[in-house]
Design a protein around this ligand. Structure first.
Ligand SMILES: NC(=O)c1ccc[n+]([C@@H]2O[C@H](COP(=O)([O-])OP(=O)(O)OC[C@H]3O[C@@H](n4cnc5c(N)ncnc54)[C@H](OP(=O)(O)O)[C@@H]3O)[C@@H](O)[C@H]2O)c1
Length: 407
């Protein structure tokens, strides 16, 4: 962080909120390449509402959602908030944070100034009718992602979050390590353990797309922890070796295959035969890595359009493809014959609830899950960090930006 940031960031005494802060802002006129979309500006610190806490952000995690925010698609996050009546013409991203509770609002029950926390991005209205009627809060109609759908995320000196979003910071981690993992780890945890009866059991083969990425690195470790057999998909041998260091039984290099993209028209016999031959070759490669002729009981998906047809083909009978994103596009074609004849499940999954976030944080705290911090950036590099993610040029695992923490 620059000297200037420290000067403005001379925090008021614990328990008091500052009036102004530095933040990394996206504005509509800068939508486009992430490296140019973010710029440091000075803004008012938002008010602390009932049940909320002000967190002094020590470090922030870098996630794919603010690549989307920077691009202004598929959702123009600023316009969509303005439609809801919010006046701000800027977006402060950042859906992962480690920091210090600096001040607390009315009705806060557990947290107090000075507590060190990590923050889960998932927000909801605790008074929403569906939650009161027993819904998992993360499926509530009131659910939104802080630092993406909601403004004032962690790329700022201070942020305001709901108390239930905060979890104790694993003490063994640095600020940057603590900031980098929760969005990906909690999401992977829900994908792998949140959708009974399709939870990872000892001996279950699990296919993990993007095994060296943020979600993938967490997923490989979680599958191993549960006794499953993770097999990664990657785009280079170097990334594959990294996955094996994390616990993968082996890896498939997706560059060795070329049947990616949308499914051909199923009435086009020739095109379908060509596609099936690619998918079958991928399946045989999966058996080779696994060392036996078994299909993955669970496929952890987020790559989307390019890979969903293969995921649905490869997944075992009565198995589950569980999907939390669509990096390559949103037209996830499904050959319905595989779905019904083999009785498979295609399950959407989004972030996690507080219970899942706490469970995964405890695994990190106990040293059973490595946060996989690969790169740490200074505050002015928020855009550069997202550009790396956008270009798939980041090394492996998760990344963080230092905000109030020094190197
Ligand atoms: N819903 C949620 O709550 C939630 C939470 C976290 C993330 N997500 C979403 O999940 C996705 C991944 O996030 P992440 O943090 O893991 O990103 P990441 O660190 O960039 O990892 C994604 C991985 O996907 C792989 N990939 C890229 N293009 C691919 C393609 N055409 N086919 C197959 N694999 C491809 C890349 O690995 P290789 O090039 O090595 O194959 C890359 O490492 C993003 O779309 C993100 O928005 C959703």
């Amino acid at each position: 962080m620059t000297k200037d940031l420290y000067e403005l960031g001379d925090a008021p005494p614990l328990g008091q909120a500052p009036k102004r802060m530095y933040a990394s802002l996206i504005r509509p006129e800068r939508y486009g390449a992430p490296v140019d979309a973010f710029r440091t500006e000075v803004v008012d610190v938002p008010a602390i509402g009932r049940g909320q806490v002000l967190v002094k952000v020590m470090a922030a995690g870098v996630n794919y959602n603010n690549v989307w925010a920077a691009l202004g698609e598929p959702l123009d996050v600023i316009a969509s908030r303005q439609k809801r009546g919010e006046p701000q013409d800027f977006h402060i991203g950042g859906s992962d944070a480690s920091g210090i509770v600096w001040a607390v609002g009315e009705g806060v029950r557990v947290l107090k100034p000075g507590d060190e926390v990590v923050v889960l991005a998932n927000q909801w209205d605790e008074t929403a009718e569906d939650i009161r009627l027993g819904a998992d809060p993360s499926t509530s109609h009131s659910q939104r992602i802080w630092g993406y759908e909601e403004n004032y995320g962690s790329f700022a000196q201070f942020t305001v979050v709901d108390e239930y979003q905060c979890h104790p910071k694993p003490q063994r981690l640095s600020w940057a390590e603590a900031a980098c993992y929760l969005a990906t780890a909690a999401t992977a945890y829900r994908q792998l353990f949140g959708w009974a009866p399709h939870t990872v059991r000892p001996g279950d083969p699990v296919l993990v797309w993007g095994g060296a990425g943020g979600l993938g690195a967490m997923a490989i470790q979680l599958v191993r922890w549960a006794g499953g057999i993770p097999v990664a998909v990657v785009s280079s041998d170097e990334r594959g070796k990294h996955c094996m260091d994390l616990g993968a039984k082996g890896y498939l290099n997706r560059r060795d295959f070329d049947h990616w993209g949308r499914l051909p028209d199923t009435s086009d016999d020739e095109a379908m035969a060509a596609w099936l031959s690619g998918a079958r070759a991928f399946g045989r490669a999966f058996w080779d890595v696994l060392g036996e002729r078994r299909a993955p009981r669970i496929v952890l998906e987020h790559s989307g359009q390019d890979t969903v047809p293969t995921s649905m083909y490869l997944c075992d009978n009565a198995g589950m493809v569980v999907l939390c994103g669509g990096t390559t596009g949103y037209n996830g074609d499904v050959d319905l014959r595989f779905l019904w004849m083999r009785q498979k499940r295609l399950q959407g999954s989004h972030c996690s609830n507080a219970q899942e976030a706490r469970a995964v944080t405890q695994l990190v705290d106990q040293g059973l899950l490595d946060p996989c911090l690969s790169l740490t950036f200074d505050f002015e590099q928020v855009g550069a960090a997202h550009q790396l993610l956008h270009d798939n040029q980041h090394p492996t695992g998760n990344m963080a930006v230092l905000v109030n923490a020094g190197r």
